[in-house]
Structure formats: structure tokens, C-alpha cells
Design a protein around this ligand. Structure first.
Ligand code: GDP
Ligand code: MN
Length: 368
């Protein structure tokens, strides 16, 4: 009797918190105005930094995609920072730059691979002095033609420090990834309307340069270049938002599972260390972002385990001959007919694997 009550309580909390958070954000915040002074005519100088390791397959398409941007080319600068790729990536960049001399392209070549974040820290040293906005973007992330404009217009408001976009899979709208995205986009945008979201997307994340400079180098305790610097900026009191008027597409890959686990690992490390790091740097300010931070910390680090404990409790209870527990478990199995529910379960599993895997390998430098 006690066991099944514990299991029910855990299940209620596990699903109740994210579901109520989702509905709260959706009903109360999603459609609210930004409360920002946006300016579609604002044209700051933008530096786009692309880290590359073995990107021969995508790099030309990526550079073309930037070249096609509806944004004054003399207000753009592109830095490709390559970490000793052996597949011809830097040669392709050199060739492309020669053929497109009306856009400033800088190729930086690291002699050895140390990982994406160290490469970006190296690239940050080469950003032009007069640049206002820095965008980090993956080589395999493809933008719409007006994406830079859509992003920069928010920076016209001086309270905005970081901007990321919605992302969608390039191939396969019906893919499990699309369902995952439609849920999280609501949450991220809702949080952004309140103040800031602690989870940004490496497919495109833009920063006000002078705030990035105040952090100094990107911290290396986690392998991400998006959520961590964006949250540090949010902890400073600036807005770090996900916008909803442009979508960036990235391909789903064959190694999607290990990729999702690695991304989860970086997020877990982010939630464990970033707030203390902000305190240590002396940039931490108490704002509404703090509350969002704690909810997401709970959802990423604690909540997955409640489900696992509930499952274990149910199984023990069933073994002790409790029929109600068997009924609850049967119900849980039936609900897996719903794709949304399966996506949720898989995400929880990834997070738990990520937490455990971080104990021996933080995936700062991942296989590609
Ligand atoms: P995912 O999108 O999370 O799966 O991550 P990717 O494997 O696509 O990596 C993100 C970006 O960082 C891509 O443009 C990679 O080429 C790049 N990248 C990954 N590792 C390194 C590295 O060690 N050095 C550099 N310079 N770039 C890297
Ligand atoms: Mn990528």
C-alpha cells in the first residue's frame, strides 16, 4: 500500500511539473509581446564564427548559405576555425574565399584538435574590434535568407545580450526530433518572454560582443558553446532569448542517439556548474531568470530519476503481489502508444545516461 502511494506520488511529480510548466508558459507567456524595443533597420557589424572539424561535406553549402544572407556584406565577417581536419575542410574554405572576395573570410587553423570550445576561444581573439555581435553556428546548420536581420533586430534593445533561434530537422518533419522540438520551442520561447531561457541552440547563437568579452573565455567545464555563455549573460541581468520568427535547420544524422546523449551531457554539466561559475566571476545578479534556472535544473538533473524510482517501486510492489501497482504499470505501457509519451521517455533516459556518463567522460571532444 505504501509502495504504490510512493510510486503514484513520484509519477504525479515527474509528469506534473513539466506538464504544468508547459501549459503555464503556453497560456500565460507564449503570445505575450517581447517588451523590447526591436528595430528591423538595425545593422550592427556581425562576426559569424564557424568551428569545423571534418566538415568537408557541409562547409561549402554553409558558406554559400551565409553568402546568400540578406544583410549588407560589408557589415559581415566570417571566421572559420578549423582544428586540424584531415578531410580537406580548410582547403575548401580557402578555395571558396578566393572565389568570393567581396565578403571578409578569415580561416584559422589549429595545429591539433582540442575541442570546439577551445577552438572558439581561439577564434574570439581574432574578431574585428568594430564588431558588435558574434554568432556561433555549426557547419551543418542552415539559415533562412533573412535570419541575420531577424536576429539582429532584437539587439537594437540594449537589454538583450544573447539570441538563439528555433531549430527544426532538415530531413524528416515526422521524425521523433520534430515532436521533441515542438514541445521545447514552446517552453524556450515562453521562458524568453518572461526573461531568458537557459537552453540555447548551437545551430545559431548570437551574443553582444562586449558582454561575451566580460565573461572572458568560454568556460571549458562543459562542451557547449551555446547554453553556457547565454546563461552567463542572463545571470548578468541581460535577456538571453529564443526568438520565434526564424527557423534554423540541421540534418538528423546516423549517430543521432550518441549525439543526443552527448548534448544532454553538456546540458547536465551546464546546469551543475554555470550558476556557481557566474557567482565566481562576480557577474551574478538575482532576477526572474533565477526561478527559470531552478525549474530547468530540476527538470534536467532530478526529475528523470523520479520516474526510474517510481518504476522500481512499482516492480517491487508488483512482486509483493499488489494488483493496483500492476494496473498502474500496465497503464504506463499502454500510454506508450502515444509518440509524444515515447519521446518524453527517451529524453528522460538520455538525461540519466548523460548524468552517469559524465562521471568518466564529459565528451568535451567528441567523435565525428
Ligand atoms: P552537434 O551539432 O551537437 O552534433 O555537434 P557537431 O558535431 O555538429 O559539432 C558542432 C560544430 O562544432 C560543428 O561545426 C563541428 O564541425 C564543430 N566541431 C566539433 N568538434 C570540433 C573541434 O574539435 N574543433 C573545431 N574547430 N570544431 C569542432
Ligand atoms: Mn551540428
Amino acid at each position: 500500500m505504501l509502495l504504490e502511494l510512493i510510486a503514484i506520488a513520484l509519477i504525479v511529480v515527474h509528469f506534473g511539473v513539466p506538464v504544468s510548466y508547459y501549459w503555464y508558459l503556453r497560456k500565460k507567456w507564449l503570445n505575450k509581446p517581447w517588451n523590447l524595443r526591436e528595430d528591423p533597420e538595425y545593422r550592427p557589424k556581425v562576426t559569424i564564427i564557424i568551428p569545423t572539424y571534418r566538415e568537408a561535406k557541409y562547409i561549402i553549402r554553409k558558406l554559400d548559405n551565409i553568402y546568400q544572407q540578406d544583410y549588407p556584406r560589408d557589415r559581415l565577417e566570417v571566421i572559420v576555425v578549423d582544428s586540424a581536419s584531415d578531410d580537406g575542410t580548410p582547403e575548401l574554405v580557402k578555395k571558396w574565399a578566393k572565389m568570393h572576395s567581396n565578403i571578409r573570410v578569415i580561416l584559422l587553423q589549429e595545429p591539433i584538435r582540442r575541442g570546439m570550445v577551445p577552438a572558439l576561444n581561439y577564434a574570439l581573439k581574432h574578431v574585428s574590434k568594430d564588431s558588435d555581435i558574434i554568432i556561433f553556428t555549426d557547419a551543418d546548420a542552415f539559415w533562412e535568407v533573412d535570419t541575420i536581420k531577424k536576429v539582429t533586430k532584437y539587439f537594437a534593445d540594449t537589454s538583450v545580450g544573447a539570441v538563439t533561434t528555433c531549430i527544426a530537422p532538415l530531413n524528416g518533419e515526422k521524425h521523433i526530433e520534430a515532436i521533441y522540438r515542438s514541445y521545447y520551442n514552446v517552453v524556450r520561447i515562453g521562458e524568453s518572454k518572461i526573461h531568458s531561457t537557459p537552453v540555447h541552440n548551437g545551430a545559431l547563437v548570437a551574443f553582444r560582443k562586449k558582454l561575451l568579452n566580460r565573461i572572458g573565455n568560454l568556460p571549458t567545464y562543459t562542451g557547449n558553446d551555446d547554453s553556457t555563455p547565454a546563461s552567463l549573460i542572463a545571470f548578468m541581468g541581460y535577456r538571453a532569448i529564443q526568438i520565434n520568427d526564424t527557423i534554423v535547420k540541421e540534418p538528423i544524422r546516423k549517430d543521432q542517439v550518441s549525439r543526443k546523449i552527448r548534448r544532454a551531457q553538456h546540458l547536465v554539466l551546464h546546469f551543475i556548474y554555470t550558476k556557481n561559475y557566474a557567482r565566481k566571476c562576480g557577474i551574478y545578479k538575482r532576477t526572474l531568470f533565477n526561478r527559470i534556472w531552478y525549474i530547468e535544473l530540476f527538470l534536467h538533473i532530478m526529475n528523470p530519476w523520479l520516474l526510474l524510482i517510481a518504476l522500481a517501486t512499482l516492480i517491487v510492489s508488483i512482486l509483493m503481489g499488489n494488483l493496483i501497482s500492476a494496473l498502474i504499470l500496465a497503464l504506463g505501457i499502454i500510454v506508450t502508444c502515444f509518440k509524444q509519451f515515447r519521446v518524453w521517455l527517451v529524453t528522460q533516459l538520455y538525461l540519466m545516461i548523460a548524468i552517469v556518463k559524465n562521471l568518466w567522460n564529459r565528451e568535451i571532444m567528441w567523435e565525428r
